[in-house]
Write a protein that binds this ligand. Structure first.
Ligand code: ADP
Length: 472
């Protein structure tokens, strides 16, 4: 039938031998399944045999089955998702959370918790190793940071690191009279323009600068350095107070100058009198010889003072021992025997009741008291110079007093007499044999023993030197 020739199953049967199709029948309006088969008869004519059957029921069953299948998989999917979310995921989260806690707080995690999950256990082991390594690194970094911090904070120079904007990233608190602690910008932190200018120049030119400056407002010398750390884009600032070194150098220069001067005068005198002695009349010779002897004594005094200075500066430590005050008294009287005799002086010692021994530095005290008694004898014009030494003790201190009836010291000179080479009235005292070093030696010794010295004096009446030394 020609009108069936175009049907799907017929076309298929013509080309491949058989055909199958399912479609809605136009005539019956229902789903039918069609099957067509091609075969030949004995005359070699082609025939197509086609059959059909109602397929609506099966199709509906198939549709239902498909829907059921989809619903089943949806439910399955949801269940898996639910199970994953509420159990596996939560469990995983818990484990990860425990690992996190361990990582943050270094808490120990029992590896049996993870023994069922091999991958998690492996991951945990890797994490553990990594954490151990990290902790070691953090520890060594912390130690290094602490050491660096200690080094930076304990140096007596200022050290600071600034960025290109001039803000301090790190700084120590040394020289806080120069650099304010709580300011971040160097412009606000550094108090003196002399320092600010150097840093400004270093930041601007990106060059290393090291300069010695004097800040007149505080009368101190400093070395200010700025070093550009080019790869870091930062600048290292160091400020060192060099006033002490400067003063020491100045002092040494002055000292050498004074030493030369002090030695020169008696030496010139000795030389002059020795030359004059050759042609001097016989009756003058003893006078000349006496002058020579006097100048030799003076030289001896000067050299002894110089030696004492170098001794006390080289051995500043205190050497404590128990010794008797009698021993101290005898030692002083012995070393000043000649002067006491020549001056027809009276030197008395008075010790507080029951005080016979003290615990202190014998050598230093001996030198202190010898110098003070000697001054009391030298700067004394009375017919009978009287020097009274008294020693007493308080709960925490020993008090030594040396009183004389000598020429006295003007009030305005009390501070100065302790300076090296200082003499109240050079012209008046130079012949008395002093070098101007005695009291400076006394003061240094007293300071080394953590004590204090005080002077009370009235011109033409006398002086009292009071020394208080802490008991050790
Ligand atoms: P010097 O070694 O010349 O005696 P000192 O340092 O001991 O120097 O003393 C400094 C100055 O203080 C002396 O030159 C003297 O003018 C004055 N001086 C020190 N002790 C006395 C004293 N007891 N009485 C009066 N003047 C004193």
């Amino acid at each position: 039938m020609d009108n069936h020739r175009n049907r799907e199953e017929i076309k298929e049967a013509i080309t491949i031998g058989e055909g199958f199709a399912i479609r809605k029948s136009k005539t019956l309006g229902m789903n039918y399944a069609y099957y067509a088969l091609r075969f030949k008869n004995i005359n070699d004519d082609f025939y197509i045999l086609r059959t059909s059957g109602d397929y609506s029921k099966q199709l509906n069953q198939l549709k239902l089955f498909a829907i059921l299948l989809i619903v089943f998989f949806l439910i399955l999917n949801y269940s898996v998702h639910f199970f994953y979310k509420n159990y596996i995921k939560r469990d995983l989260y818990n484990k990860i959370d425990k690992m996190k806690t361990f990582l943050i707080g270094g808490e120990k995690l029992n590896s049996t918790t993870l023994k069922d999950e091999t991958w998690l256990l492996q991951f945990w082991n890797v994490l553990n190793e990594w954490q151990k390594f990290n902790l070691e690194n953090i520890n060594s970094l912390n130690t290094e940071r602490k050491i660096l911090n200690t080094v930076i904070t304990s140096v007596d120079s200022f050290i600071g690191l600034v960025n290109e904007e001039g803000e301090f990233i790190v700084k120590n608190n040394s020289l806080d009279y120069l650099v304010l602690k709580d300011k971040c910008k160097y412009l606000e932190a550094i108090k003196y323009i002399e320092v600010v200018d150097i840093i400004k120049e270093g930041l601007k030119t990106n060059k290393d600068i090291s300069r010695e400056i004097y800040i007149s407002a505080i009368k101190e010398y400093f070395i200010v350095s700025i070093k550009s750390l080019k790869s870091e884009k930062k600048f290292l600032i160091t400020i060192k107070n060099i006033s002490k070194t400067k003063k020491t150098i100045d002092f040494q220069k002055k000292f050498i100058n004074n030493v030369g001067h002090e030695l020169k005068t008696p030496l010139t005198n000795i030389k002059g009198y020795l030359i004059a002695l050759e042609d001097a009349p016989e009756d003058m010779k003893p006078i000349f010889l006496e002058t020579v002897t006097h100048n030799v004594d003076k030289l001896e005094n000067i050299i002894s003072d110089f030696l004492n200075i170098s001794k006390i500066e080289n051995y500043p430590s205190v050497n404590l021992e128990y010794f008797s005050l009698k021993k101290l008294k005898n030692s002083i009287l012995k070393s000043l025997e000649m002067t006491i005799l020549n001056k027809k002086a009276k030197v008395t010692f008075n010790f507080q009741n029951n005080l016979t021994n003290i615990f202190s530095d014998f050598e230093k005290l001996n030198l202190i008291l010898k110098n003070l008694v000697e001054n009391g004898l030298l700067y004394n014009k009375s017919k009978t110079p009287i020097i009274k030494v008294s020693i007493k003790e308080n709960r925490d201190t020993y008090v030594f007093e040396v009183e004389d009836n000598g020429i006295g010291i003007p009030n305005n000179k009390f501070d100065k007499i302790f300076d090296r080479f200082y003499r109240v009235d050079k012209a008046r005292t130079t012949n008395l044999g002093g070098t101007g070093l005695g009291l400076s030696i006394v003061k240094t010794l007293v300071e080394q023993m953590q004590g204090e010295i005080l002077v009370l004096s009235e011109e033409n009446k006398g002086s009292v030197f009071i020394i208080e030394i802490k008991k050790q």
